[in-house]
Design a binder for this molecule. Structure first.
Ligand code: NAD
Ligand code: TYD
Length: 332
């Protein structure tokens, strides 16, 4: 299978490309990535020379380029997106452009070139905050911030192309991922790296918000399964099945890094902060998927990875990140 992965230089994308090249020796991958602040060629340094891998620098909103690169592939997997909620509160424009218009550009290319499959990667955040129970794929979308609203827009457009044109699109909506190569603005790598630097970890609000954590390698096997065995026009939730309050997660990170709880710095809450996400993942489990990693082991492995890969994250925490961090946390 020849696949086009968009956003392959980011967190999940780079783990997914590595997974495909390892699990499927006959597959080849083209990675189309704009290399925004979150895209990092270092994430794929180890596969750069693999003859089955090719990189194209570009934007999924560029229709001509997308058509060029997509020509002749068996499937497109869209992981290109603007992804951080806090940034979407400050600068929503790019979220609307990539997460809605970018999806439109891919749908048009897949339709015109008659590409057999487009797997669009989405998020549990499109369901909005869920106080009780868990979201099913058929539940209404109630996004509460510009990031999740843009993602919901992309999802609805994709499903509309299936309804009107039978464009062969599938969607996965996963819960919060963690693991190696995650940009250190997200809570797990931010708190791990801050702790390793003996810096405070800024915990929003009362710290009681709940996320359902999924190890990135388990998400990669789910995405791969849906790509090969999923049904066109369908949505698949991928939940880690491990709900944790932020305060509990923070304490676990501090324990694993060997740092004191005095590093916890309560800060003003994120506006519109969703209280809880939870997914019903029966549908993808019926396809034969189950997470293989236990949360505690995976978190310990993640802390160990950041400890051993300081040369990867240290440069990321200067420059652009520093300016963002000061803007973000300076007034919190
Ligand atoms: P990321 O921010 O780490 O990476 C995004 C990648 O997309 C980067 O390499 C970036 O350069 C690229 N990109 C951004 N705009 C682009 C554009 N216009 N054209 C081409 N490339 C562009 O994101 P991630 O955490 O790997 O998330 C990937 C996908 O998974 C996103 O759709 C996100 O909504 C979804 N998701 C993520 C999580 C999570 O916890 N990380 C959870 C659920 C769903
Ligand atoms: P995040 O990693 O930004 O993912 P998302 O908002 O997409 O779920 O945040 C995960 C949780 O951690 C969320 O409830 C917000 C909280 N959080 C903090 O308490 N402090 C922080 O500095 C960050 C980035 C997040």
């Amino acid at each position: 299978m020849k696949v086009l992965v968009t956003g392959g230089s980011g967190f999940i994308g780079s783990n997914f490309i590595r997974h495909v090249l390892t699990a499927h020796p006959d597959d080849s991958v083209v990675n189309l990535d704009k290399l925004t602040y979150a895209g990092n060629p270092a994430n794929l340094k180890d596969v750069e020379r693999d003859p089955r891998y090719a990189f194209v620098h570009g934007d999924i909103c560029d229709a001509t380029l997308v058509r060029d690169v997509a020509q002749g592939v068996d499937a497109v997997i869209n992981l290109a997106a603007s992804t951080h909620v806090d940034r979407s509160l400050m600068e929503p424009d790019e979220f609307l452009r990539t997460d809605v218009f970018g999806v439109f550009t891919l749908l048009e290319a897949v339709k015109e070139l008659k590409i057999p499959r487009l797997l669009h990667i989405s998020t549990d955040e499109v369901y909005g905050s869920v106080e009780r129970g868990s979201s099913r794929e058929s539940d209404p979308l109630r996004p509460s911030n510009p990031y999740s609203a843009s993602k919901a827009g992309g999802d609805l457009l994709a499903l509309a192309y299936w309804q009107t044109h039978r464009t062969p699109v599938l969607i996965t909506r996963s819960s919060n991922n963690f693991g190696p190569y995650q940009y250190p603005e997200k809570v797990v790598p931010l708190f791990i790296t801050n702790a390793l630097e003996d810096k405070p970890v800024p915990l929003y609000g009362d710290g009681r918000n709940v996320r359902d954590w999924l190890y990135v390698l388990d998400n990669c096997t789910a995405i791969d399964l849906v790509l090969r065995r999923g049904k066109d026009g369908q949505v698949y939730n991928i939940g880690g099945g491990h709900e944790v309050e932020n305060l509990v997660l923070t304490r676990q990170i501090l324990q694993l890094t060997g740092k004191p709880e005095t590093l916890i710095q309560p800060v003003r809450d994120r506006p519109g902060h969703d209280r809880r996400y939870a997914l019903d993942s029966k549908k993808v489990r019926q396809l034969g998927w189950a997470p293989r990693h236990r949360f505690g082991d995976a978190l310990a492995a993640t802390v160990a990875w950041y400890r051993e890969h300081e040369a990867w994250w240290r440069p990321l925490k200067s420059g652009e990140f520093r300016a963002y961090y000061e803007k973000q946390y300076g007034n919190r």
